[in-house]
Design a protein around this ligand. Sequence first.
Ligand code: MRU
Length: 316
Amino acid sequence: MRTIDWVDGAIELVDQTLLPDKCVTLRIETVGELVDAIRRLAVRGAPALGVAGALGVLLADGEPAQVAEQIAALRAARPTAVNLAWGVDQAAAQLPRGREAVLAAALRVRDDDLAACRAMGERGADLLEGDRLRIMTVCNTGGLAAVERGTALGVVQTLHERGRLAEVLALETRPLLQGARLTTWELARMGAPHRLIADSAGPYLLAKGGVDAVLIGADRIAANGDTANKIGSYALALGAERAGVPFIVVAPETTIDPGTPSGDQIDIEDRGADEIVTIRGVRLAPEGTQALNPAFDVTPHDLITAIVTDKRVIRP
Ligand code: MRU
């Protein structure tokens, strides 16, 4: 299944806000619709955002100034995942050469993602030692976060295909529950053994033993290796270090941002109080409760055992 694609002059994408209850494909025909889909996480995950950004340039229309305005809005729809702006830039650079050139560039971003995820899956599975691996992961880094196969969950998929996966422990990933809703859905479709855990159980279960590796994705990797990923990643990195468990980031080269020297300079999206004080429309906290909602955190490079990309393995 493709999470996102270009079909008959529009973007088609799986609406991830409705999973796992319904698998509905949205047809996106304007930049405004795409920006809205990105902001409400109908499409999400760094590689998928890169593809959405590139394909989205094809939806920009009007006078040159209006096109430029739409492209700027698309680039800024979410700030942390560098792939979004990168994907937009890949396609927008071809605008002077005409629509066919933009289309070719955008489809290249899509196709490169398919190849990169396959390569990361192989490289990550080769890196890990052992026959019956128990893997811990956070958020959703599977095909839903890319085009067909994912990054960290792509490694899990390859391990499973090679008969080397004992179990995945998936963090539920409050507040939007990408782990509980999406990762479990993908693992069930793969037929991969898994159990869902509360986010706060992660470090304790690492300390208890029996987890062979923590695999996470990334939204932006700074030049020094500091890595922004879904909130909760840093706690897992601390727990993994204390327990002596390898903590591995799996991300395409396009997630490395040489223009950001270290994690301090990464813009971390705050998604507002509603996602914290309510859950799927049901209020949890008293009326008027204030909240902080950083969607990502930054894991310092010295807590990362290795970064696996589509081209190489990077060590601190
Ligand atoms: O807020 P989200 O769901 O877009 O956050 C996604 C993540 O944090 C992923 O781990 C990251 O984008 C890598 S996806 C292969």
